[in-house]
Ligand binder design. Structure first.
Ligand SMILES: CC(C)(COP(=O)(O)OP(=O)(O)OC[C@H]1O[C@@H](n2cnc3c(N)ncnc32)[C@H](O)[C@@H]1OP(=O)(O)O)[C@@H](O)C(=O)NCCC(=O)NCCS
Length: 184
């Protein structure tokens, strides 16, 4: 792999860039405080903008690491969500992506557009071998994003995810290999 760090990526409608501490208000208001955003994720909705500020301070400090990838999605100048590499496997050359976005912007193809750009970046520039995405099965929209980005379904882990309200959910796994991406 040839790590590049979080480099800016431009798509048709989005700018993907590094977070700055100045994004805290927009991140809190547009997605981090929203229960429906966090529902299938591992974190609780932020109770105040102070939580967002503290998190962003950490995230911004991680940008000095060349294998840290975390983009804020900017749409018409407004931060609306993020895409990140939640796991980077140095030994076997794969990354797992995670993403979320404010409900106001759902179902316009924006996350698919962002994730496609990130996948291209990982294959083209970081020389990765494999990109994967996992989601709780009730979260069908996330699976659609994976499919629309060319990832193949690889199977389901039964009740592998404990939700914040204590329910166990199945996890569906998707991935795209370099060979698939090259012919995609
Ligand atoms: C999942 C998420 C990122 C999708 O973003 P998005 O920009 O709306 O995604 P897109 O518009 O690119 O694609 C969404 C697809 O899901 C479909 N979809 C939406 N809700 C659905 C549902 N309840 N059941 C089935 N499909 C659904 C849409 O119709 C669309 O598919 P289509 O283009 O074939 O019609 C967004 O809903 C989100 O941020 N959710 C909260 C955080 C989250 O769950 N992140 C993923 C964790 S694994």
């Amino acid at each position: 792999m040839e790590h590049q760090g979080t480099k800016p990526l431009q798509t048709e409608r989005l700018l993907l860039r590094r977070f700055t501490p100045a994004d805290a208000d927009a991140m809190y208001n547009n997605w981090a405080k929203e229960e429906q955003v966090a529902r299938y994720l591992t974190w609780l909705p932020h109770r105040s903008v102070e939580v967002t500020k503290t998190l962003l301070k950490d995230w911004c400090s991680f940008y000095s690491q060349p294998n840290y990838y975390n983009w804020v999605m900017e749409y018409k100048g407004i931060p609306i969500g993020n895409v990140s590499a939640v796991h980077v496997n140095e030994r076997s050359h794969w990354v797992e992506l995670g993403y979320c976005m404010g409900p106001t912007y759902w179902n316009r193809g924006l996350m698919t557009e962002a994730v496609r750009a990130v996948i291209d970046f990982f294959f083209q520039e970081v020389k990765i071998h494999r990109v994967c995405i996992s989601h709780a099965t009730p979260n069908a929209a996330s699976g659609r994003v994976a499919q629309k980005c060319g990832l193949s379904y690889e199977g389901t882990q039964r009740e592998a995810f404990r939700s914040l309200n204590g329910e166990y959910w199945d996890i569906a796994n998707y991935a795209i290999l370099r060979s698939q991406w090259e012919t995609h």
